[in-house]
Design a protein around this ligand. Structure first.
Ligand SMILES: Cc1cc2nc3c(=O)[nH]c(=O)nc-3n(C[C@H](O)[C@H](O)[C@H](O)COP(=O)(O)OP(=O)(O)OC[C@H]3O[C@@H](n4cnc5c(N)ncnc54)[C@H](O)[C@@H]3O)c2cc1C
Length: 446
């Protein structure tokens, strides 16, 4: 094999690209990271929310996010996933995310191809790279009040509340340094070179990758990792002439039911310096969805008649209703290069979404009242956590990569990120995607 310019080329500078590049750089390899977007934060790839102007206006956050993403399906006549988006900025969605990092649960939604010990090692490394902290807000008085209000009902249902793991650290009672790709790369960046430009396609020599075309230039390598997000990974493979019957199928996502609650006045005597409440209700077999109860950012428009609520009495509930990764849930490209989606809500999905609505209303009643204008509302389909477009699994026509993320039938082409998740994941996916990516790259290097 001819000598290549780079040990590895990672396409995408989001959280996945950063964790993969860091894993490879920590093993002594020289990595080229290709990113089509421009920096919009300083240093490049740091979280935008760490800026003081965004800290002052937490509820404006989703408006800011909208400025940095491109919706793909919203102009279609009958959009299936109007919320599906890509980001083209240095750091990808990793400079926009809200940093909640629960682990998936063994036997419930965790992919079962790794041993318990392998999951533990991979999750722990991902948590180290992201600086995930479980109990950063454990002394929140509001969190104790919420626990006391919900505990009995939840335990009757076999459920419980936990601290919500956060990728970041507390700087003050209500101030957080949010982890982003720049933090992941900080310690390993000397071996990672970022190249601005759009990766157009892979150069293949038979079934072995030999490089990546960026504009008119071929950058040579024997190992490429596509960390381009769940939409762009299949697009890159199709553009490179790689077909696979499972490509773009088995899509899943999380419809998010969001609301804001005004905590009962009687129950909530707290000081203004009380740390933020940040709690989660893990999924169980009887309640297969994840709920967050936290004060973070409110995506809903508050009715002007209900603006005058003391901030320390406000809390958001967000519940993720997973969609089954049915083989016919798919995305594809038309002749003009436009992306289309077909991801219907099937009856079993709808039943679960109905149950989530009842569950959330029960939680609201335990805590206080709905803030006017912030009644529970589902986000547009596809907004959160598109998964499975290049799912991992056995080489039997139902999956795209093996269990380390390597493309079936090819050598040196790996896919990492939410695209490879094969299960109906119930929790926010990023930590699990990163754990799978780190495990896959370490397995390759060993
Ligand atoms: C507002 C918001 C809140 C969120 N909150 C959470 C949360 O609390 N917990 C959680 O788990 N997840 C959350 N997420 C989801 C999380 O951000 C994503 O799962 C994660 O960031 C995906 O990272 P990624 O690196 O795989 O993909 P991306 O962040 O999409 O990065 C892909 C990168 O690849 C680049 N790229 C694509 N194609 C090419 C190409 N051809 N050439 C060069 N570059 C290319 C893109 O420009 C982009 O920078 C949230 C997302 C948003 C938007």
């Amino acid at each position: 094999m001819p000598v290549a310019q780079w040990d590895d080329i990672v396409i995408g500078s989001g959280l996945t690209g950063a964790c993969v590049a860091r894993t490879l750089a920590d093993a002594g390899r020289q990595v080229l990271m290709v990113e089509r977007g421009q920096p919009v934060s300083e240093p490049a790839g740091s979280h935008l929310r760490n800026r003081s102007d965004y800290r002052k206006d937490p509820d404006g956050w989703f408006g800011t996010v909208d400025r940095y993403v491109t919706y793909l399906d919203s102009d279609a006549d009958d959009p299936a996933l109007p919320g599906a988006y890509t980001s083209s900025i240095v750091g990808g969605s990793g400079i926009l995310w809200t940093n909640n990092c629960p682990r998936a649960t063994a036997g419930l939604d965790q992919p079962d191809h790794l041993q318990e010990r392998e999951w533990e090692e991979a999750y722990r490394q991902a948590e180290i790279y992201l600086d995930v902290r479980r109990e950063e807000f454990a002394d929140s008085r509001r969190a104790s009040v919420i626990r006391a209000a919900l505990q009995d009902t939840l335990s009757e249902q076999g459920r419980s509340l936990c601290h919500l793991p956060l990728a970041g650290r507390r700087l003050g009672p209500e101030t957080i340094h949010y982890s982003a790709p720049a933090d992941v790369l900080a310690a390993g960046s000397r071996r990672v070179t970022r190249l601005d430009g759009s990766a157009e396609r892979l150069e293949l020599n038979g079934n072995q990758v030999s490089g990546v075309w960026v504009g008119e230039t071929l950058h040579t390598t024997h190992h490429v990792v596509l960390a381009t997000g769940a939409v762009d990974a299949p697009l890159m493979l199709w553009r490179s002439g790689i077909a696979n019957p499972a490509l773009g199928r088995h899509l899943s996502f999380h419809p998010v039911l969001a609301t804001q609650v005004v905590l009962d006045e009687g129950s909530i005597a707290v000081s203004e310096n009380d740390p933020l409440p940040r709690l989660g209700i893990p999924a169980t077999p009887s309640h297969p969805w994840f709920v967050m109860v936290l004060r973070d950012t409110n995506p809903l428009p508050v009715d002007p008649s209900d603006l005058a609520v003391p901030p320390h009495r406000l809390v958001e509930i967000q519940a993720f209703g997973p969609i089954d990764p049915h083989p016919d849930n798919r995305m594809w490209l038309d002749g003009s290069g436009a992306v289309h989606f077909d991801v219907p809500i099937r009856p079993t999905d709808q039943e679960r979404l109905n149950a989530i609505e009842s569950d959330v209303m029960g939680l609201v009643q335990g805590l206080g009242r709905l803030r006017r204008g912030c009644e529970p509302r589902w986000s547009p389909p596809g907004t959160a956590h598109l998964m499975g477009s290049c799912r991992m699994g056995a080489e039997d026509g139902t999956s795209v990569t093996n269990q380390n993320g390597t493309l079936h039938g090819f050598e040196g082409v790996d896919i990492a990120g939410n695209a490879v998740i094969p299960t109906r994941l119930l929790v926010n996916p990023t930590l699990t995607s990163l754990a799978l990516a780190i495990h896959g790259q370490r397995a390759r290097l060993s």
